[in-house]
Design a protein. Structure first.
Length: 247
């Protein structure tokens, strides 16, 4: 089957905070939305098991590098896509296992490939940033752009997403390279994605820090930030970003 439109979700799963209390909410979210492609940040063994059980029709990256099991992974609908290759690029981050996680997927039934990538940039409260006033995310977004330039083929649809922990730099730098957020493409304001109350008490820090970007080789059809609850709990302290693209 060749998919005409695909759904994509980027989601920071918040380590194992308040787990397993919020596990039913995450399971309900996944069974409700069933994204064709899911990129995860702050992945842990418990949440890996949960997502794998809920997305039985999906494959994920299997790799011995620990970051794929304890930081990020990418899931895709195996009826639509097949893995060609994958990798983990160095973004020169202070966090040991983070980086630029990517996979090239072949669209089943065609010769088309897409590149899907995710990252989790350094938190704004990182002690060195507080001390110096200098953000490591400026360097991280520049390194990300280098990765995209190196990896993406001519005319290949490319999607980059994640918890980028910054409301300014991603939407400043990436459009200059031809990558618009799903909301920019639709001429919409990017909704806040953190915090998801009542999971956290981060009042006063309502920010857009989670994104999905595309290089314009796929058409954005719709996008929103689902403020999803199940029995009074959200699946994470972040809201996910959900977008539909036409290939």
């Amino acid at each position: 089957m060749i998919p005409n439109r695909i759904s994509i979700v980027s989601y920071n799963l918040w380590n194992t905070e308040l787990w397993p209390d919020r596990e039913p909410a995450l399971r309900q979210f996944l069974s409700t939305f069933m994204p064709d492609i899911l990129c995860i940040q702050e992945l842990r063994n418990e949440t890996m098991i949960c997502v794998s059980e809920c997305l039985e029709t999906h494959e994920k990256i299997k790799d011995d590098l620990p970051g794929w099991a304890c930081e990020s992974n990418i899931f895709w609908n195996k009826h639509y896509f097949k893995e060609v290759t994958h990798g983990l690029e160095d973004l020169e981050m202070p966090e040991k296992y983070r980086g630029f996680f990517w996979v090239r997927l072949k669209v089943i039934g065609s010769d088309k490939t897409i590149l899907v990538a995710t990252a989790h940039f350094t938190w704004q409260g990182f002690p060195k940033e507080i001390e110096t006033g200098l953000t490591p995310r400026n360097h991280q977004i520049r390194q990300t752009i280098k990765c995209l330039k190196k990896l993406v083929k001519t005319n290949e649809p490319a999607f980059f997403m994640g918890d980028l922990n910054d409301p300014i730099l991603p939407e400043y730098f990436l459009p200059k390279e031809g990558y618009n957020s799903c909301f920019q493409d639709l001429n919409l304001l990017s909704p806040p994605t953190h915090p998801a109350l009542p999971m956290t008490d981060s009042l006063g820090h309502n920010e857009t820090i989670d994104y999905i970007f595309c290089n314009g080789k796929a058409k954005t059809i719709s996008a929103f930030v689902p403020q999803f609850y199940f029995k009074g709990l959200a699946p994470s302290d972040h809201w996910p970003v959900y977008a539909i693209y036409q290939l």
